[in-house]
Design a protein around this ligand. Sequence first.
Ligand code: PHE
Length: 340
Amino acid sequence: MTDASSLTTEALAAIGRAPSEDDLARIDQEYLGRKNGQVSRLLSNIAQLLPAEKASLGKAANEAKRAIEAALAARRAELETARLADLAETEAIDITFPGPPPERGHIHVLTQVRRQIETVLESLGYQVELGPEVETEWYNFEALNIAEGHPARENWDSFYFSKELLLRAHTSPVQIRAMQRIKEPPIYIITPGRCYRRDPPEATRLPYFSQVEGLAVDKGLTVGDMKGTLLYMIQSLYGRDRKVRVRPSYFPFTEPSFEFDVSCGICGGIGCKSCRHKGWLEVGGCGMVHPQVLRSGGIDPTQWNGYAWGFGIERMAMLKHDVDDIRLFYESDLRFLEQF
Ligand code: PHE
């Protein structure tokens, strides 16, 4: 039978070699476990011994227990210190090292294009004029010479709150508000803003989009003045090599009315896939302000005349950056937005 002192020697050696705190726990159990531990087993036949032998065996077992406990505690402390030193080494943080730069956002491409348009036209003396997105039926239609029941109303299929109130279908109502506010021509304004129409989302249209409309009211303005202004704007935005053209069209609030096209930037006007082989890209509508519209704005059409245009900002951004799907502007996909 092993005696207490050789048991102690054996245990201390095992503890000294133990590579981890888990191993120590196992050794603790093996020697000091209450039922089956080696030290308890030393005492298993103590009942048969003489009283003097009992006392000395009990004492020896106690000493063995204390020695093993002390060795376990010492080795535990050692392993713990080593583990912390290791952590300090591997997880060290240099607090003087500069951190990664925070990610920076930037201005949305539609805002960039709107601001560019504003800057160009402001340089010509136009002022930015804003109006409400919830409009009355009068400003959105009636004042613009689009009477109730007129078939042209179908071109601006609108969201109504009531018979009287709707989400504006274009920024043209701001023309009327501006004339009423400014009263005395000359008036040179642009009206950037959000518009709403009952169009299902697809590659070329959305139920909400932005327009920038321009209005000039002065004496003796001509289609040539309008075309020159728009040519200047287009070349400032897209480059000096772009050409513009107007084609006859119809709007109730202008007479004569035109569609406004810009030469394709990819093929230079020869015709290619991106302009569907036309050489031209449609940008919006324009024309000479209808006398009835001047009257709605409180301006005497026998004294003054004017021109106006209305372009989609998304459309202008698509032409500038060769984007072929208008929905991309509103999907907030950073892979798209980060390109601009
Ligand atoms: N308001 C028209 C539209 O939304 C555009 C336009 C404005 C046309 C001014 C001519 C003159 O379709």
